[in-house]
Ligand binder design. Structure first.
Ligand code: FES
Length: 71
């Protein structure tokens, strides 16, 4: 499903980025450019990030370092 229609970014792409180490909204915005046009996707991006990070507590604890090649 498209999360950001303006940039044609799907929830699958965002979830994959989170799995690859993206852990902040800023990183998601930098990776995909979402939220910069109409901004309607910002709330959904935040919800996706919050939900998906809650499902990965062990991975978050294991990697304190940002993963720079996640995008
Ligand atoms: S839907 Fe993401 S910026 Fe418009």
């Amino acid at each position: 499903m498209y999360v950001c229609v303006c940039k044609a970014v799907t929830d699958t792409q965002i979830k994959q980025a989170i799995n690859d180490g993206v852990c902040t909204r800023r990183q998601i915005f930098q990776c995909f450019g979402v939220g910069r046009d109409c901004g309607k996707c910002n709330k959904h991006v935040k919800e996706l990030l919050d939900t998906h990070l809650q499902q990965q507590p062990i991975m978050q604890a294991a990697s304190n370092q940002p993963i720079l090649n996640a995008c």
